[in-house]
Design a protein around this ligand. Structure first.
Ligand code: NAP
Length: 382
């Protein structure tokens, strides 16, 4: 299969290098910005790639929603298969692209958009064909995992852990999408779409790691607990879909606690299969490029679909899932939450609530922060 690549950055260069060595796959053209076509195989117009009869598939690794959406749509309309590593694109326009690909009888796969090298979506799509998927989730952001692990095992504070993640290239200069949980949220949107044929696109409960302090982490360590940022998705008993991202406290013996540094751990629970876990590199040039090539190879073997063309957008419903929450906040405000147990330490209160809906905890934290309070919360994953 002959492949043209849209974008020649971190992942694009890795894909091109791997294509040069791959059996059965051949690099045709690379789309770069105007003025950057310094080699014969580099071109600056998507039309040239769409009109190229020797391009069978395009790989989109430019990032962002536009012009990625227009370019991938144009390639699909021209009868090319498409593979992307771009979670923002699939979260925004996955259903339209899946429908277009089905209409044209070509493939549209996006394994690398969720979990980098971790073969999560690939296997989830296969499992969803033969088992009922009870839940999807895990640790899907390597940057925050690196930071929480550094705070937990090396006693670093938040600012130093972030600085080290940036110096190692794990965190961007603007780390907001990672530390706010948005990056992980986009990935669970894709996981839900693959597992349930429903793309949650509003009603999320989203809490990142920005409020955690070194003191909090030391406190958990003393209790034998490990903090991780987990994503969760699944079907409620009422048939609606839940999808949320929040810090969680886990026993040190849990599989999540053993995921160190910038590794990811994606998992799904099948009604018959039980828990299936995948651990690996969630980002980086070659890990991500390896997932792109796996998708190309899947297409070459006739596998065309990861998100069904029938996939619909829905609102997430997180009101039916209840958790007990560890909360640290100003002691003066501690009556605002239904604590089952709490300790007052000077001006701070720390405690664990009764089981409350995910939506209620997120709404209470928002309300308290709007009143100027400093609040940290994490779900107790027992
Ligand atoms: N890096 C990772 O580890 C990783 C892991 C998983 C998924 N992803 C996803 O993969 C995608 C690419 O990430 P990346 O890290 O490779 O980004 P990157 O290093 O910024 O590379 C993107 C490349 O695309 C080029 N580009 C952007 N718009 C273009 C346009 N209109 N025409 C031609 N070229 C264009 C950029 O050119 P300029 O530099 O001139 O702007 C840049 O060379 C993103 O969606 C990202 O979320 C990345």
């Amino acid at each position: 299969m002959r492949v043209s690549v849209l974008g020649y950055g971190t992942v694009g260069v890795g894909v091109c290098e791997m294509l040069e060595k791959a059996e059965g796959l051949e690099l045709r053209k690379v789309l770069v910005r105007p003025g950057k076509a310094d080699k014969p195989f580099k071109v600056t117009s998507i039309e040239e790639i769409c009109a190229d009869p020797e391009t069978d598939a395009v790989v989109e690794v430019m990032g962002g929603v536009e012009p990625a959406f227009s370019f991938v749509s144009a390639a699909l309309r021209a009868g090319k298969h498409a593979v992307t590593s771009n979670k923002a694109l699939v979260a925004a326009h996955g259903p339209e692209l899946a429908r277009l690909a089905a209409e044209k009888g070509v493939g549209f796969l996006f394994s690398a958009a969720c979990g980098g090298a971790v073969p999560f979506l690939h296997n989830l799509a296969l499992a969803a064909e033969s088992d009922r998927i009870v839940s999807v989730g895990g640790i899907l952001n390597g940057t925050t995992n690196f930071m929480l692990d550094a705070m937990q095992r090396r006693g670093m504070d938040y600012a130093d852990a972030l600085k080290e993640a940036q110096s190692l290239g794990y965190a961007e200069a603007d780390p907001t999408a990672d530390v706010s949980g948005l990056d992980a949220l986009r990935k669970i949107m894709l996981g839900c779409a693959v597992a349930y044929d429903k793309l949650p696109c509003e009603g999320f409960s989203l809490e990142g790691i920005e409020s955690v302090t070194a003191d909090d982490v030391q406190h958990f360590r003393a209790k034998g607990l490990v903090l991780r940022l987990l994503v969760s998705g699944g079907l409620n008993e009422r048939g609606t879909l839940y999808a949320f991202v929040q810090p969680c406290l886990l026993p040190a013996s849990s599989p999540e606690a053993s995921v160190l540094k910038n590794f990811n751990m994606a998992k799904y629970r099948g009604e018959n299969a039980g828990d299936i876990l995948f651990i690996g590199q969630g980002a980086g040039r070659y890990p991500t490029a390896s997932a792109v090539l796996r998708d190309l190879s899947d297409i070459a073997h006739g596998r065309r679909e990861m998100m069904k063309s029938s996939c619909v957008r829905v609102a997430a419903d997180n009101s039916a899932v209840e958790k007990r929450y560890y909360v640290r906040l100003d002691a003066a405000l501690s009556d605002c939450l239904p604590f089952a147990e709490k300790e007052i330490d000077g001006a701070l209160a720390r405690g664990v609530t009764k089981a409350i809906p995910v939506t209620e905890m997120h709404a209470k934290a928002k309300m308290l922060r709007e009143r100027g309070a400093a609040v940290f919360f994490a779900a107790m994953e027992e």
